[in-house]
Design a protein around this ligand. Structure first.
Ligand code: ZN
Length: 245
C-alpha cells in the first residue's frame, strides 16, 4: 500500500534487487530526454533522426545529431541517484541495474551488472550484420563501413526496432528472481519496458517507485515516493544500511 514503511527486516544481503531506471534519472544529470517538451524531439522530427529509414535517407544528419548528443552527455556527470545505486550494490551483491537510458551514466557511476535495454550511445554497430565496431569520436561523426559493406550506426534502439531478445531475456531472468524492485524515474509508458515493474510484482517482489510525477504504476506499487532519485535513493540507502547491518 502506498505510503507504508518498507519491511526492511524481510531483506538480507543475499536478496536479489533490481534497479530499473528511465529518463528521469538522466535528466537529473542535465541530459535532455525524449519525453521532455524542451528536449530534442521538440526541435527535430524523431523519425528523421532515430529510425532506420531516417539514417538511410541522410546518414550524415543522424551521425552529427548523435555526435552532438554524446558531446552534451560528456559534459554531464552521474548524480546522487546513480551514486546511491553504487552503494546499494555493495549492500546487495546480487543486484542488477536495468536501464532504458543510453547515456552510459550507470557505468560512469561505477554501477555493475547493468542491462541496457535500449543500447548505448557511445557504442556502434553495423546496420546490416550487427557486428560491434569501435570508433573514436572523430570517426563516429562521419559515415564508416563494416567489412560486410554495411553502414556503421549508433548501437541504440531506434523507432520501429525491437529490443534484443538476449537483453530482454537477461532482464526477465533478473525480474523473475527479484525480491526488491525499484522503479526509478520512468514514466512506465513505453512498452515492453513499462511492463517490467508489473512483472516484478507478479513474481512477488516488493516494488518501490521513485518518481516526482504520478505514473500508471504509482497506485499499484508497495511504496510510491514522489521525489527525485537524487533525493530519495541516498535516504533509502541509509535506511537499508541501518536496517541490514
Ligand atoms: Zn556488417
Amino acid at each position: 500500500m502506498p505510503g507504508s514503511s518498507i519491511p526492511i527486516h524481510k531483506f538480507t544481503s543475499s536478496s536479489e534487487v533490481v534497479f530499473f531506471t528511465g529518463a528521469g534519472i538522466s535528466s537529473e544529470s542535465g541530459i535532455s530526454t525524449f519525453r521532455d517538451p524542451e528536449g530534442y524531439w521538440a526541435k527535430h522530427d524523431p523519425m528523421q533522426l532515430a529510425s532506420r529509414q531516417g539514417f538511410k535517407a541522410d546518414p550524415q544528419l543522424v551521425l552529427s545529431w548523435y555526435g552532438d548528443r554524446r558531446e552534451s552527455i560528456r559534459g554531464s556527470f552521474p548524480n546522487a541517484g546513480h551514486l546511491a545505486i553504487t552503494n546499494f550494490q555493495k549492500l546487495f551483491p546480487h543486484s542488477v541495474v536495468i536501464t532504458q537510458n543510453v547515456d552510459g551514466l550507470h557505468f560512469e557511476a561505477g554501477n555493475e551488472r547493468v542491462i541496457e535495454l535500449h543500447g548505448n550511445i557511445h557504442r556502434h554497430k553495423c546496420l546490416e550484420c550487427g557486428t560491434s565496431i569501435k570508433l573514436d569520436e572523430a570517426q563516429a561523426r562521419t559515415l564508416n563501413f563494416c567489412t560486410c559493406g554495411g553502414s556503421v550506426r549508433p548501437d541504440v534502439i531506434w523507432f520501429g526496432e525491437r529490443l534484443s531478445m538476449e537483453i530482454l531475456n537477461q532482464a526477465h531472468a533478473a525480474i523473475e528472481s527479484c525480491d526488491l524492485f525499484f522503479s526509478i524515474g520512468t514514466s512506465t509508458q513505453i512498452y515492453p519496458a513499462a511492463q517490467l515493474p508489473f512483472d516484478a510484482q507478479r513474481h512477488g517482489a516488493y516494488v518501490i517507485e521513485i518518481n516526482p510525477d504520478l505514473t500508471p504504476l504509482s497506485s499499484q506499487v508497495d511504496l510510491s515516493i514522489r521525489e527525485l532519485a537524487g533525493t530519495a535513493l541516498p535516504k533509502l540507502y541509509e535506511e537499508f544500511y541501518a536496517g541490514l547491518s
